[in-house]
Design a protein around this ligand. Structure first.
Ligand code: KIV
Ligand code: ZN
Length: 386
């Protein structure tokens, strides 16, 4: 199995979600949980962006010992200096410098020619190397960049000292095949690419961030970036819990593994949802409330006979205590009986059980989800009727 490194940017790109604003203690609590989760790198913030961000990156770098902590910097000396000051006391610091490489960004945003962008990128990586051993360099909007130009600039920043090359799909524009082909091209056309880590960073504007990240892994990415619950700019980033579980479940097809402690996933997801105020949709893969819930009678019956009939991920794998059979209008007699057993009514006479089931079915016509309290009321009624 090839090991894929996980770079978590929940505290930087994730915090760029509109409406999210985490304070220092909240960020530290998340950083501690990300360490438990076993990410390889955590991007703690953008130190030059504000004093608050600088302080929390410094606090996290001083506290976290088992994960490499990084901070974001534009290709500007003062941003790299701010990262150095915030990260220098850390156990394994690294700086993450980026500059855009797509025609539209170079012309309209940076107002630079491609040659000037190469010059700036090399100058800033060379400068960063005077302060850091580990330097990640990102080609912002890589997926809309010209491939020969991308190969040329990557070769030069590696020569200047970059140790990780990141190719973001900044605007979530690419598709799995296309993104994978970009990684294959860079692997084939950049001389020293095997000496550095090659990283994927995907946004979810077209709902393909996780699929694109997996395509990158298939084509030579050794690191994947993303956030927990997929929070981030606009439609968000690749959801790391989905990626790690997909690689685990489909290990038969993808011989790649991450170092994530999968059992910590649910706890991490809940913490981030609570602190960021970004609620996880019920139907969200892996961590949504419905991810292990079965409502239809046919599914409930199947799961009671053999969980894998309708469950490809065990809830325990990701730290969820057990699956749940949601009592609703599609629930059948088997699931109903099983639920009563869980509630301590296994001794109920068949006749009473049938009465209770009839009452339960009547209730489902007026109520979408039947709670344990509803069931207790029904059971009390059928048992006390003479
Ligand atoms: O999406 C992006 O391009 C980024 C870079 C700053 C790495 O987040
Ligand atoms: Zn991003």
């Amino acid at each position: 199995m090839a090991r894929v490194k996980i770079f978590d940017t929940t505290l930087r790109d994730g915090e760029q979600s509109p409406g999210v604003n985490l304070n220092g203690p909240e960020k530290l609590e998340i950083a501690r949980q990300l360490e438990r989760l076993g990410v390889d790198v955590m991007e703690a913030g953008f130190p030059a962006s504000s004093k608050g961000d600088f302080d929390s990156v410094r606090e996290i770098a001083r506290t976290i010992k088992n994960v490499s902590v990084t901070g974001l910097a534009r290709a500007v000396k003062s941003d790299i200096d701010a990262c150095y000051e915030a990260l220098k006391d850390g156990a394994d610091p690294r700086v993450h410098v980026f500059i855009a490489t797509s025609p539209i960004h170079m012309e309209y945003k940076l107002k630079k020619t491609p040659e000037q962008v190469i010059e700036k990128a090399v100058e800033m990586v060379t400068y960063a190397k005077t302060k850091f051993d580990k330097i990640e360099w990102s080609a912002e909007d890589a997926s809309r960049s010209d491939l020969p130009f991308l190969a040329e600039i990557i070769e030069k920043v590696i020569d200047a000292g970059a140790t990780v090359i990141n190719l973001p799909d900044t605007v979530g524009y690419t598709t799995p095949y296309e993104y994978g082909q970009m990684f294959a091209y860079i692997r084939q056309n950049v001389p020293n690419i095997d000496k550095v880590d090659l990283s994927a960073h995907c946004h979810d504007d077209l709902g393909m961030a996780v699929a694109n990240s997996i395509a990158a892994v298939e084509n030579g990415a050794t690191q994947v970036e993303g956030t927990i619950n997929g929070i981030g700019e606009r439609a968000g980033n690749a959801a790391l819990e989905e990626l790690a579980v997909a690689l685990k479940i489909r290990g038969d097809y993808y011989p790649h593994e991450t170092g994530l402690v999968l059992k910590e996933i649910k706890r991490t997801s809940d913490l981030i949802s609570r602190l960021s105020g970004m609620h996880v949709p019920r139907n969200k893969a892996v961590v949504g409330q419905n991810a292990f819930a079965h409502e239809s009678g046919i599914h409930q019956d199947g799961v009671l006979k053999h969980a894998q009939t309708y469950e490809i991920i065990t809830p325990e794998m990701v730290g969820v205590t057990s699956n749940s059979l949601v009592m609703g209008k599609h629930s059948g007699k088997h699931a109903f009986k099983d639920k009563l057993k869980q509630l301590g009514y296994e001794e109920l006479a068949e006749e009473k059980l049938m009465e209770a089931f009839t009452e339960f079915k009547k209730l489902t016509d007026t109520k979408k989800e039947i709670t344990d309290d509803d069931l207790f009321t029904i059971l009390t009624d059928v048992q006390t009727q003479t």
